[in-house]
Design a protein around this ligand. Sequence first.
Ligand SMILES: Nc1nc2c(c(=O)[nH]1)N[C@H]1C(S)=C(S)[C@@H](COP(=O)(O)OP(=O)(O)OC[C@H]3O[C@@H](n4cnc5c(N)ncnc54)[C@H](O)[C@@H]3O)O[C@H]1N2
Ligand code: MOO
Length: 410
Amino acid sequence: MDAMKTVDAHLADILRVVRPLDPVRLDLEDALGSVLAEDVASPVALPPFDNSAMDGYAVRAGDVAGASEDAPVVLPVTVDVAAGDTSHRVVEPGSVTRIMTGAPVPEGADAVVPVEWTDGGTVKVAIRRPPQAGNAIRRSGEDVRAGDVVLTAGTVIGPAQLGILAGVGRRAVLAHPRPRVVVLSTGTELVEPGTPLGHGQIWESNSYTLVAAVRQAGGEAFRRGAVGDDPGAFSATLDALLGEADAVITSGGISMGAYEPVKEALSALGTVRFEKVAMQPGMPQGFGVLGERRVPIFTLPGNPVSAYVSFVLYVKPALARMRGLPAGPPAMVTAICGSALRSPAGRRSFLRGVLTPAAPGGGPAGPTVSPVHGQGSHQLAALAGANALIMVPEDVTELPEGAPVEVIPL
Ligand SMILES: Nc1nc2c(c(=O)[nH]1)N[C@H]1C(S)=C(S)[C@@H](COP(=O)(O)OP(=O)(O)OC[C@H]3O[C@@H](n4cnc5c(N)ncnc54)[C@H](O)[C@@H]3O)O[C@H]1N2
Ligand code: MOO
């Protein structure tokens, strides 16, 4: 048997080719999931002005220092200050203003008395409890000082990051966009779910898995249904899609059969290599680039479990690189085998397993992992019942219950 390529060498080859996408200006509405390509500083302090944290009365604390339940201090209310009030307000000695949450604290006031500590009066108010100086006032700059960098390049933009970007007045940012990934399946036997199944046919599933996996990995995915086993039709479909894609993922049509459209169509180009990688599942792999824009293409094996495992090991790190994020092998945790394992010699295997976290409160045992029943690379249901891949090294053929193993949580 000819020597197979290692898993690590295949990932390294991919990461040598794949580049971060060029940063573009993205409106905030389109920026979710993109990765900042600039440091963002605030032009102003946040909050920009001292403001009230509660609905109540802006007071001079000294004026109401003697207030109590038995002897409330009664003061005139001069004006209402609502959130959004842009006029310059003053609290004169011996008076108060009503004030609402978020409204600017008037000059002279040094505390806010919550309405709950008063009789709620609008002309004059009886205050039953004395506030400390500074009570319920949110100071300018307490969150951000003018000029502070609030987000650095390389940050993934999620909901909270969009909030601070808008909060410092930004409408658009320079960011690595989410990679646009086209997902294409091949195989004459494949029919769309929701349509009747004839003898010899199966419902197409890989594109659903791979599209979802791309989205979870921060990409924008476009699902193309299955194309048949005709290399010409496959090439034509690919050409039509290429202009809009930052990457392409295919599944099926790359092994040793008589009808392998992906391999046939792409081998001729000379920019895509088909290789055997020493792993189980997922031995047949292909990777390369297409067209002048050198769009990366991942030709994954057709067996559904093989396609998904290949995505986790190779495509996901490549998408991280395209997004401008650190890219490398999947993160792993060490777990204890809950039952004995077997694995083929000479291949790194990725058994589908159920990872159970360590019992709360500790104890000596860490997380445990047990393989699911059904380790065939066509066994979709078993994959759906797993939450982890158990990695068994190339030179290990069996592991006893209780042995430590490395596990990739899914
Ligand atoms: N003589 C050999 N035969 C095979 C070898 C080999 O080395 N020598 N390798 C086997 C391994 S390992 C794998 S994995 C598969 C990979 O084959 P292909 O990538 O060419 O995939 P297909 O033959 O097109 O399909 C394999 C299998 O998966 C089903 N499939 C394909 N696409 C989908 C889809 N989108 N949704 C659901 N199921 C799909 C397909 O019906 C086949 O059953 O080759 C082995 N053979
Ligand atoms: O090695 Mo193939 O990818 O499992 O069935």
